[in-house]
Design a protein around this ligand. Structure first.
Ligand code: 3HC
Length: 312
């Protein structure tokens, strides 16, 4: 029976059909999705910390409101993605445990410190810009709930990227100090943003299955190239210089050639030795514990209303 199921499953994938929670799916496909979607959700939630750090320091009321709206969006993205993961038969508690014990990863980019207001611009412009390239591709992923979550998330990401680029544009056209701050932020966030797309395809443990099952529709390197080609032009427009001496336009391929990523740094940060790894997880553990009473109250209320009690 299982061999027939596998054939029918792959035929559905090859035909571009969506796989839904109640459909038969190979265990490996399910596990691959739980790993990727939950780590995507963890990234959204941990990603709230570096930017949250600047809400009280925003230079204007408008900037504060925009940043609060963005950080709040990220919480919602995490919620959609945790909900999509739960459709695969794993509980929220298990997912949180995996994050807090280091069993699950989140994007390495969020382990870098945010040192100036320009970092809010660089994160919106580069990190959300990279996320948009990746997530636009994931709108066509084969798993239904993930694909639908991506459609919704992509709508909000474009606001995130634009607000970041607006900050960088204002600062790079501001005082010499602001220009310097914007260039410094670009220098610190450029290479970690390229790392968001993962290892080279030849080094990727999961890309071959991900492409076979149409979980990924483009490879890590293809998406990274798309991001570089798009972003270099945006930097030129606002007079900022990409920190890569090897960056060069190739008129034949119509793509930028760029330098090699520091993969030692990448794996150091992925394996827990980045600037902020410990702080990010400790903050998550603390706020999760502080929020225990909210979860208990919400559960108690929902049980009461379900039993029809509490409306007297
Ligand atoms: N940070 C941390 N770990 C990374 C990583 C990164 N930047 N890139 C790759 N890895 C990990 C993978 O998780 C995998 O480890 P695992 O087996 O323990 O899960 C290992 O390195 C090998 O990488 P692969 O390329 O083989 O793994 P994938 O096929 O899963 O590809 C990915 C990695 C491209 C990140 C893919 O998982 C993906 O597209 N995920 C969904 C998008 C996502 O998670 N984005 C993170 C940022 S979210 C964000 O930016 C929010 C925005 O609003 C700011």
């Amino acid at each position: 029976m299982s061999a027939d199921n596998e054939i029918i499953f792959q035929e559905k994938i090859d035909a571009g059909l969506k796989i839904e929670p109640k459909d038969w799916m190979p265990d490996k496909y399910r596990k691959h999705l739980i790993r990727q979607i939950s780590q995507h959700a963890h990234s959204e939630i941990i990603g709230m910390q570096p930017e949250g750090n600047w809400i009280t320091r925003a230079p204007t009321l408008r900037a504060k409101m925009v940043l609060i709206a963005k950080v709040q969006d990220e919480a919602g993205h995490g919620l959609y993605l945790y909900s999509a993961t739960e459709t695969l038969g794993i509980t929220r508690n298990e997912l949180i445990q995996q994050l807090q014990t280091g069993k699950a990863k989140y994007s390495s980019i969020f382990n870098y410190p945010t040192l100036s207001w320009a970092d809010m611009g660089a994160i919106g412009w580069l990190v959300d810009g990279a996320a948009i390239v990746n997530q636009q591709s994931l709108r066509r992923t084969s798993y239904g709930p993930y694909s639908r979550a991506m459609v919704r998330i992509c709508k909000e990401e474009s606001f995130h990227q634009r607000q970041g680029y607006e900050i960088m544009s204002k600062m790079s056209n501001g005082t010499p100090e602001q220009q310097e701050m914007a260039q410094d932020a670009l220098n610190r966030w450029w290479w970690p943003s390229l790392m968001m797309f993962g290892p080279h395809d030849s080094e990727s443990a999961h890309t071959s299955n991900a492409m076979k099952w149409k979980i990924k529709r483009e490879t890590n390197d293809d998406l990274r190239q798309l991001f570089v080609d798009r972003t270099v032009k945006q930097a030129d427009l606002i007079g900022l210089e990409i920190p890569d001496p090897k960056l060069k336009w190739n008129p034949e391929t119509k793509h930028y050639i760029f330098g090699e990523i520091d993969w030692d740094e990448f794996w150091e940060v992925v394996n827990g030795n980045g600037f902020c790894n410990k702080e990010r997880i400790n903050n998550h553990i603390n706020s999760h514990e502080e929020g225990q009473w909210v979860r208990e109250a919400a559960l108690a209320y929902s049980e009461k209303t379900q039993n029809g009690v509490g409306n007297e």
